[in-house]
Design a protein around this ligand. Sequence first.
Ligand SMILES: Nc1ncnc2c1ncn2[C@@H]1O[C@H](COP(=O)(O)OP(=O)(O)OP(=O)(O)O)[C@@H](O)[C@H]1O
Length: 268
Amino acid sequence: MSASPPDPGRTGAGRADPALSIHRLDVELGGRQVLHDVRLDVGAGEFVALLGANGSGKSTLVRTAVGLVPFTGSIRLFGTPVERFRDRSRLGYVPQRAATVSGVPASVGEVVASGRLTHRRFAGLPRAADKRAVAAAIDAVGLSGRTRSPLVELSGGQQQRVHIARALAGEPELLVMDEPTAGVDKENTEALARLLAGLSDQGTAVLLVAHELGPMRPLLDRAVVLADGRVVHDGDPGAVRDAEHGHTHLHSGQPDRLEPLPREGVWP
Ligand SMILES: Nc1ncnc2c1ncn2[C@@H]1O[C@H](COP(=O)(O)OP(=O)(O)OP(=O)(O)O)[C@@H](O)[C@H]1O
C-alpha cells in the first residue's frame, strides 16, 4: 500500500489550483484602458508583492481580482471564475485606505467580527470558533485593549490595523492587501510582517500591494511590477528596489526581464 502524499498545506491534496490566476486581463475605466493584457498567478501559499508607480494600476488590478471591477479576460480564484466564485471565506481583502464608516458607531470588535460573516449561516449566532478567531485577529494587530472602542475614536493607522484584523478574522487562504501599512508606524509594520510570515508559513497565499517593501521584503517569493497598466517584471524580488520619488525601480543588469521597455525617466 502506498503512503499518502504529503499534505501540501491548508489547500489540501487535490486542490492544487493557484489561489489566484489572471490571464489576458483588460480593464477600462471612464472610457480609458487602465490594464492591458495582464497575466498574474499567485500559487497556493505563495507571497507575491505588486509594485509600481502611482497610477500604474495596482489598486485596479487587485480590486478586479476580488470581483469589484468589470473586466475582459479570465480571473480564477482557486480554479473558479471570479464571476461564479461564492466561497468568500477563502478570500480576505484589505482595501486601500479602508474608509471609516462615518456616522455608524461600530466598535473595533464589531468591525472585525463582520469579517467572519462568510463563515456563519444566515442570521446564525457567532459560534465559539468565530469569537476565538475575532479575538485572535484583534490581538494579532495589537489592539486587544480596544475591542469595545468605537472605530472613529482610533487613529488612521489603528483603523487600518482594524481592517487588517477584519480580513484575518475570516482565516482566508488568500489574503489580498492594498497598501496595508500606509499610515501604519514602523513598529506595527514590523509586527504585521511577523504576522504575515507566520500565516505564509501556514500556507496562506498573499498578494500585497506596496510602495515600500521594508520588512516585507524577506517574505516575498515573487515581485510583480506594473507600469502604465502592464506587467513589466514578474520574478525575482531582489531585482526590485523600494519606491523612490513615487516610482518603483528595477535593478539594472536584467533587461531581459523587461517587456515592454520602461518609460524614459522612470527607470535607473
Ligand atoms: N473610477 C475610475 N475612473 C476612471 N479612471 C480611473 C478610475 N479609478 C482609477 N482610474 C485610473 O486608473 C489608473 C490606475 O489607477 P490605480 O488606482 O489602479 O493605480 P495605483 O497603481 O493603485 O495608484 P496608487 O499607487 O496611487 O494607489 C489611473 O490612471 C487612475 O487615474
